[in-house]
Design a protein around this ligand. Sequence first.
Ligand code: ATP
Ligand code: MG
Length: 391
Amino acid sequence: MKTTHILCHYSEIGLKGKNRSYFENTLKRNIHDALNVTVPNAIDKIEKLRGRFLISLSESNTNSIDSILSTLENRFGLAYFAPAVKIHPDLDSMKLSALEILKDITFDTFRITARRSDPYLPYSSQKINEEIGAEIVSKLKKTVNLSNPEATCYIDMLQEGTFVYTQKISGPGGLPVGVSGKVGVMLSGGIDSPVAAYYAMKRGASPLYIHFHSVPHVSPASIEKVRETVQLLTKFHLRAKLYIIEFSPVQDEIFANANPKLLVLHYRRCMIRISENIIKKEKAKALVTGEALGQVASQTIENMTVVEDAGIHTILRPLVGFDKQEIIEVAKKIGTYDISIQPHEDCCTLFVPKHPAIKARIKDVLESENNCNLEPLIENAVNTAQVETFQ
Ligand code: ATP
Ligand code: MG
C-alpha cells in the first residue's frame, strides 16, 4: 500500500513544561526545512497533533518515500516515526487495509494494536482488535500472538483521521537542533571531534565549526578533510559555517620562545582564545571539543584545566566518558570515520617533544607564555579567518 502520511513521535520534548511549544515548533521547522532540501515538494503539510506530528505527503511525490524516511532518521528530537496510510474510520475499511498492508510483509504470527483517541468513533479498540484479527486469521491463514508477534498492524484512530501502519522506525532521539543555542565546535580533522559535534547536536546545540591549520608547515590535507566532514554533518543540521584559521604564526612564536614540555598546552590555550573571539562574534554560548578524559597527555584533568583557564566560556566535552573504540563505532555509524582516517599531519603534534608535561601547573604555563608575544598574533588569526558556508 502506498504511504500517504507519516506519524512522528518525539522523545523528551513532552517533558519540557512551559518550553514545550518552543521545542515542538523547532522540531517541526527542522523537519520541514530538511525535507524541503532533500525532497522538495514531497510534502503537503506538517500538522502538530497532541504529542506527535502528522506529515501529509503530496500525491505526486509518494515515490520519494525512501529519501523522506532517511531524512527523518537524522532529525534529532524524533523518537520514532511510522509511514502510514490514512483510511476511512469504518470497520470494513479497516479490515480491507489491514489485509492489504499485511500482505506486503512476510510473517507467521501477528497482532492488531488499535488505539482510539477519537471518542466519537462507535467501536472500542478491543472490538477492532478482535474483528480485524479474526479477518486476518481467516483470509491470510496467520496466527495471533499477542506477546511476541512477528508483525504488528497498528490502527490509530485520531480526531484527524484513522491511520494504519506496520512499521515503526527509530529516530535518533535527543532534542531538536537549535533549542540549546549556538556552540563553536573545534574540529581538528581527527576521529573524535566530529563525534563530539554529533552529540552536541543531539542535545539541541546548533554548531558552527572552527578549524586550525598549520599550512605551510604541513599540507592542506586537514582543511580538505574538515570541509568534507562539515559537509557530511549537514545531514543533521542543514546549514553550517566553518572558520578556517591560519595557526602557524602563533605556533612559530610559541615554538621559538616557550618551554618545550608545554608546547601543546600553549597551542591549545591559543586555540581557545581565538575560538572565543569567534564565538563571541557569532553569539554562540560555549565551545565543544572531542576530548576524552585520559586519552592523550593533553587530556588529563590537570592539563584540561590549564587549557580551559585561557578562556571564560563553558567548554563542553561530550566524549568525556567514551573509550576510543566506542568513539570509532559512532564515527562509523554517522559516516565521519572514513574521512577522519585519511592521513593528515596534526598541527599540534608539530615540533613536540617526546615527553610532554602530563600534569602541568598553571603557574609554569603562565611563566612560559610570558616569554611569547601572542596578543597581536591571536588578533591577526581572528581577523584573517576564512569563513565558508555549507548546506
Ligand atoms: P580529534 O580526534 O578530534 O583530533 P584527538 O584525540 O586527536 O581528537 P587532540 O588532538 O588532543 O585529541 O585534540 C583534542 C581536541 O582539541 C579535539 O577533539 C578538537 O576539539 C580540538 N582540536 C585539536 N586540534 C585542533 C585543530 N587543529 N583545530 C580545531 N580543533 C582542534
Ligand atoms: Mg587530533
